[in-house]
Structure formats: structure tokens, C-alpha cells
Design a protein around this ligand. Structure first.
Ligand code: UD1
Ligand code: CA
Length: 461
């Protein structure tokens, strides 16, 4: 069996944040979630997360996940270090399992890499295997010390390294695979006799080696994967890599992304072939977009389902469903629980909330459609307001098929406009409109001829 221990206890001082580092988001999801996803996809059956600083916030965020937590005591009076963190999971480690050590703040690690590490570890029958990388600038990282034959001897921390060791460009990623029993035995032997006074997990490698165990090193192909996040600058760095990974996946699946550097798609989004995404679009949550759509510049679409051939320009859509062939925007706002049928046109400055609208209906300009059920082939004129709130409670309106609501009308809910009902422009409708009926609810026009002359207004200047 494969199990993981994911370290996420550190304070993350350089983030200067009220929230734990591993809850900071990358492409909309907490960093730690990416590590858990990669671990699960790499056939790791059980994950144990070591929490410490603001532990409860981390536990709460992941309460629906099938993971074990161990809490590392934090504070001046307690020991510290990656080795001490792993020790917290001593009871969790099974003798016969492969134990993979991962980090909540290293979100770019890929499942394929974890798999390859485990395979390499098993194929060579190693007791401990380190994932290493070659870096142009190895500053700060532990260095991999190999003997003349190229076998790994030990890992030396930057702060403990000699001049000569500091020149080594092969570094320790901090990710390892151990045999459970060997890890447990070695953890019992590590000390904090080093420059930082910490218990180093890296010492497990030295101990295994000293005891004549088999230790290997697997060199990663893409060293980007091991970037850790210690600051907001590094957070943005990792975000950019993750953003490109997601965008490249969609492009490879047949989606056009005009400028992937400026398009923000969260990891669970699904987009159909031949859809085109324009710059500045944010597609978030569990949004599904069909084929042949245009997602125009600066759209924000969150947890919504968009059908095929839908065109959306500079608009915001939240928790709503849009069926095939609709055109939305620019500057429209679909708020939660709205459902547009097919071939609907929602134009500029139209807001829709908690409403259904039937096929082929139109609201071209400046309208508020709230708490309404609108039928098919309905025309909602410019400036129409569904008056849904009386200061205390909300009521629904019903507008049946083929109705026509003239410009600047108010429909005061609860109210019904029946099939083929016509509402004259400027009307304030408080009573139901019958089938095929024209309702005019406004003051009758009075024309006073010669009025301006009589009042002497022409001399006003
Ligand atoms: C560690 C490695 C180093 C490697 C580097 C890769 C050790 C001693 N060194 O150094 O060889 O090159 O990672 O990034 O392991 N953590 C806890 N509890 C603790 C201490 C740390 O949960 O008591 C967590 C931190 O939150 C952090 C991670 O472990 O996410 C790494 O700890 P850190 O002290 O930053 O290790 P490095 O100095 O980076
Ligand atoms: Ca450290």
C-alpha cells in the first residue's frame, strides 16, 4: 500500500497572513488541495496531513476530505523541523507500506512524478528514495552529496554546507518515498544537532545509508514542480505555472484561448471544442461550457452550465444555467439560480436573478428580471423592472408565452401576465393581465396648446 504524509504545519511567516499558508489559493483552490489531488491520482490510498499553525482552519477547510490529521505542537518550547513534523505521524506509518513525504506548500507536484518516484523506488528495491532536481540557482536548498560512483551519500542543508558543497547544483526536493518500517526506525534516531537546531527529515537518508540500507535518488524532469510557496511573490509564480497548465490542457482539447497569460480558468472547469475564450475571462468553480461558445473579454462565469453556441460578452454569470444559442451582454448580470432557455437574448445592463426564461425570449436593454418565470417568445422592453420586493418579502411574477412588456413598465409582484398579454410602455402593473389583453396603467396624456406662449416662457433668456 502507498500512503502519504503531507507537511503543512509551518507558520509561513513570509506570507504575512491571517490564514494558514496552505489555504492560500492557486487558480481558485487552496494550495493543499492540489497536493492531495496529485497524491490521490498517484494511487496513494491514504493521506495524513500534519497541521500546526492555525490547524483548525486547515482541518475545517478539508473536513469533507477522507484524510487523517496529526497536529504538531507549535511554539518556542517545542522542537521544530521537517523530521519532527513527520514524527507526529509515527502511529500512522504502516511497516509494509511505501510512505511518500509531500508538502502542502509545494502545489505544482504532478501525480505522474509521484508515480514515477514510487515505481523507481520499488523497481530498485530501495529503502529510501529522494526526488532531486538540478537547479541553476540552488540557493537555500539542501544539496545532494553523491560518492564517486554516483550513489547518494547524504543530504546537506544549505546552512550546514561547506563551500565545496554549496557549488553542487543537484538539490533535494524534500519529497521522498520510504519503506514504512525503515522510516520509523530512522525517525527514532535523528537529532537536532545542526545549524538550525531542527530535526531534519533529510537525516533519515544519512541514517539509512550508515546502516547499509539501499538509498536512491530519482531526478525530476520538470524542476518547476518542486517550487515551494513561501511568499506572495512565489504564490503568484506558482499561480502562473498552474494557470498555464490548465489553459494548455484546454487548448490541447480543442479550445481557442486568445491569450493564455490573461485567461483564468479554475481546475474543475470543462470547456467544449471550438469554443473561444477572450482575454480577461475568469471561468471558475464547476462551470461547464459547451462547444462553439464565445466567452468574450472580461467575463466572469462561476459554477454555471453554459450550453452550445452561446455568446457571452463582458458579463457576469453566477450559479446559473444558459441553454444553447443564447447571446448575453455586454454588461449583463445573471445572478444565482437563473435558467435561460434556448436562443435567448439578454442585452446590456440587464440583470436576471432567481428566474427562468423560456426559449427565444428577449430582454435587450436595461431591465431587472428578479424572482420571475418568463415564458417563450416574450419581449421585455427597455427599462422594465420586475418589482419583487416590498421591503419585507419577495414575491414572484409570471409572464406567459408570447407576452409583450413595453418599455419602462413595472410589474409589481405577485402578478401574472397571461399568454399574448401586452403591457403598454410606462405602465405600472399591479393586477393580472388577461390572455391577449392590452393593459395600460399610466396617466392619460393631456396636451395644452399654446401653453408656453401664454406663460411668457419664450422670453426667459
Ligand atoms: C527542506 C529540506 C531541504 C530541501 C527543501 C526543499 C529539510 C531539513 N530540508 O528545507 O533539504 O531542499 O525542503 O524545499 O527537510 N514543516 C512542518 N513542520 C515543521 C517544519 C516544517 O510542517 O516543524 C513544513 C513547513 O510548513 C514547510 C515544509 O515542511 O511546508 C518545509 O519546511 P522548511 O523548514 O521550509 O524546509 P526547508 O528549509 O525548505
Ligand atoms: Ca527550514
Amino acid at each position: 500500500m502507498n500512503i502519504s504524509i503531507i507537511l503543512a504545519a509551518g507558520e509561513g511567516t513570509r506570507m504575512k497572513s491571517k490564514i494558514p499558508k496552505v489555504l492560500h489559493r492557486i487558480c481558485g483552490r487552496p494550495m493543499l488541495e492540489y497536493v492531495l489531488r496529485a497524491s490521490n491520482k498517484a494511487n496513494i490510498e491514504k493521506n495524513c496531513v500534519i497541521v500546526g499553525h492555525l490547524a483548525d482552519m486547515v482541518k475545517d477547510e478539508f473536513k469533507d476530505w477522507d484524510i487523517a490529521f496529526r497536529t504538531q505542537p507549535m511554539g518556542e518550547e517545542y522542537p521544530y523541523g521537517t523530521g519532527y513534523a513527520v514524527m507526529q505521524a509515527m502511529d500512522y506509518i504502516e511497516d509494509n507500506s511505501n510512505v511518500v513525504i509531500l508538502y502542502g506548500d509545494t502545489p505544482l507536484i504532478r501525480d505522474e512524478t509521484i508515480k514515477k518516484l514510487i515505481d523507481y523506488h520499488e523497481e530498485n528495491n530501495y529503502d529510501g528514495t529522494v526526488l532531486t532536481a538540478h537547479l541553476e540557482d540552488p540557493t537555500g536548498y539542501g544539496r545532494i552529496i553523491r560518492d564517486q560512483k554516483g550513489h547518494i551519500l547524504k543530504i546537506v542543508e544549505h546552512k550546514d554546507a561547506t563551500e565545496e558543497e554549496l557549488n553542487i547544483k543537484e538539490i533535494n526536493s524534500g519529497i521522498y518515498c520510504f519503506k514504512g518500517k525503515d522510516l520509523k526506525d530512522a525517525l527514532g534516531k535523528i537529532t537536532n544537532d545542526n545549524a538550525q537546531g531542527e530535526y531534519y527529515i533529510t537525516d533519515v537518508i544519512t541514517i539509512l545509508k550508515e546502516e547499509g540500507k539501499r538509498v536512491g535518488a530519482y531526478v525530476i524532469e520538470d524542476s518547476n514542480e518542486i517550487h515551494g510557496v513561501n511568499s506572495r511573490v512565489q504564490l503568484a509564480f506558482c499561480e502562473r505555472i498552474m494557470r498555464n497548465r490548465i489553459n494548455y490542457r484546454h487548448m490541447e482539447n480543442g479550445v481557442t484561448i486568445i491569450n493564455p497569460e490573461n485567461t483564468y480558468i479554475e481546475p474543475d472547469v470543462i470547456i467544449g471544442k471550438d469554443s473561444i475564450i477572450y482575454p480577461g475571462a475568469i471561468v471558475a468553480g464547476r462551470t461547464i461550457i459547451g462547444e462553439d461558445c464565445i466567452i468574450g473579454e472580461n467575463c466572469r462565469i462561476e459554477n454555471s452550465k453554459i450550453g452550445k453556441g452561446v455568446k457571452i460578452y463582458s458579463s457576469t454569470i453566477t450559479e446559473s444555467t444558459v441553454d444553447d444559442g443564447c447571446t448575453i451582454g455586454p454588461y449583463a448580470h445573471l445572478r444565482p439560480n437563473s435558467h435561460l432557455g434556448k436562443n435567448i437574448r439578454i442585452g446590456n445592463f440587464v440583470e436576471v436573478k432567481n428566474s427562468t426564461i423560456g426559449d427565444n425570449s428577449k430582454a435587450g436593454h436595461l431591465a431587472y428580471i428578479g424572482d420571475a418565470d418568463v415564458g417563450k417568445n416574450v419581449n421585455i422592453g427597455c427599462g422594465v423592472v420586475f418589482v419583487n420586493y416590498n421591503g419585507r418579502s419577495k414575491s414572484r411574477s409570471l409572464v406567459e408565452d408570447n407576452a409583450f412588456i413595453g418599455s419602462n413598465a413595472n410589474l409589481v409582484a405577485p402578478v401574472v401576465v397571461k399568454k399574448w398579454g401586452y403591457v403598454a410602455a410606462g405602465s405600472t402593473i399591479t393586477e393580472d393581465v388577461g390572455e391577449g389583453c392590452l393593459s395600460i396603467a399610466r396617466a392619460k396624456q393631456v396636451n395644452k396648446d399654446g401653453w408656453v406662449e401664454r406663460k411668457g416662457l419664450k422670453e426667459r433668456e
